[in-house]
Design a binder for this molecule. Sequence first.
Ligand code: B1M
Length: 210
Amino acid sequence: MSILNDISENLQRGKAKVVKELVQQAIDQGIPAQQILDEGLLSGMNVVGEKFKNNEVFVPEVLVAARAMNMGASLLKPLLAESGLKASGRVCIGTVKGDLHDIGKNLVKMMMEGKGLEVIDLGTDVAPETFVETAQKENCSVICCSALLTTTMGVMGDVVKAAEAAGIRDHVKIMVGGAPVTEAFCQQINADKYTPDAATAADVAVELCK
Ligand code: B1M
């Protein structure tokens, strides 16, 4: 579908305003929000990621693409959130210490809110103690950790240890995710659930909050 290609191309060029307009047009044409996200925005971001890896684009270009991604995704939020039955429960979410990537974390948050969960967003560069203190103070059933760097994913293990030290491990579950994270890593650090994408993360969080 050419409008989805246009979204992807303009995202790659960091044209945030155009991306926003095209996303609105795609919505108006009746294209499902999930398809706009997957085949327009995320497809463009994947190309940027590959070019970044190959040193064909650099941090400034990636940042403007990320901004375009977030602007487009903000229009999709209410549509992705239309999930019928609403669940209840409270979770906190953040990208772990040392890591500033927040696009995936924001998508996970968006999907969880869409399912009716109350999500406390701690932002990026979040210390293990902050996750644990927030879960204690705010009565969260789940701590959700996102990491995009192989150098920061280990911090998720520190979150598990901090939760154990605080004595909350029996009633607060820990979910982990992000591109370098795997099921094996989740088990290795003794976290509760790994999910590969935002939609699955939201479904699992709803189950854990029950
Ligand atoms: Co960065 N970066 N980056 N970057 N960046 C990656 C991650 C990288 C793979 C690029 C590459 O080399 N190919 C690479 C990591 C390599 C590695 O660790 N092995 C990398 C690097 C090296 C860096 C820097 C070190 C570069 C530098 O400065 N030299 C630096 C680090 C800064 C820091 O964090 N301290 C850096 C900086 C940046 C920007 C700031 C420029 C920008 C971030 C902007 C922002 O987030 N606001 C950026 C970006 C955008 C990327 C890429 C291109 C795209 C990431 C992204 O947003 N993807 C990325 C390359 C790539 O991934 N192809 C790259 C889209 C997003 C929707 O996917 O976050 O995976 P993702 O989320 C998915 C799932 O993983 C899952 O759901 C989401 C959707 O379904 N998910 C969860 C995520 N969290 C979850 C939690 C869950 C469950 C599922 O449960 C709790």
